[in-house]
Design a protein around this ligand. Structure first.
Ligand SMILES: [Zn+2]
Length: 159
């Protein structure tokens, strides 16, 4: 199931680091309804529904809204919480952190550092070395296996 509509999405790039500023109307056109609901309306997917939750494939997880690299599979762990979980992002600027006090809880929201898509939350009950648990909605992740990414890179160089 591919929920990423890249053809209609002017923001999507895995190499462009510039910040994305689309209007809500443009986001609505660019994203599938599932991604829009979580990325722009701060929705939450039902626990246990993401194909990424138990995935152990080696590769990179990108923001499904803009293509920003967010997590490597080697920082992924099985937290049992019902959502894909990671203990650290690819870089400090991959993620934006915002205090979230909705639902009567003091939590820290995680957003994409490039397009500000809502990703999930980060909690302080993760494993070493960070002790953090990035609890991320799988719908807003776009995964690419390591060898496929390498192949594309090499193909591009040969052009
Ligand atoms: Zn993004």
């Amino acid at each position: 199931m591919d929920t990423v509509k890249k053809d209609n999405n002017p923001a999507y790039s895995r190499t462009d680091k510039s910040k994305v500023n689309l209007s809500e109307e443009e986001w609505k056109k660019a994203l599938s309804p599932e991604v829009y609901y979580i990325a722009r309306q701060k929705g939450t997917e039902r626990p246990g529904t993401s194909k990424f939750e138990k995935s152990e494939e080696v590769g990179t997880y990108y923001c499904a809204a803009c293509g920003n690299p967010l997590f490597k599979s080697n920082a992924k762990f099985d937290s049992g919480c019902g959502w894909p979980s990671f203990y650290e992002p690819i870089s400090k600027t991959s993620i934006i952190y915002t205090p979230d006090t909705t639902l009567g809880m003091a939590r820290t929201e995680t957003q994409c550092g490039r397009c500000k898509a809502h990703l999930g939350h980060v909690f302080e009950d993760g494993p070493p070395p960070t002790g953090l648990r990035y609890c991320i909605n799988g719908v807003v992740l776009d995964f690419e296996k390591a060898q496929e990414a390498e192949k594309k890179y090499n193909d591009k160089k040969g052009e």
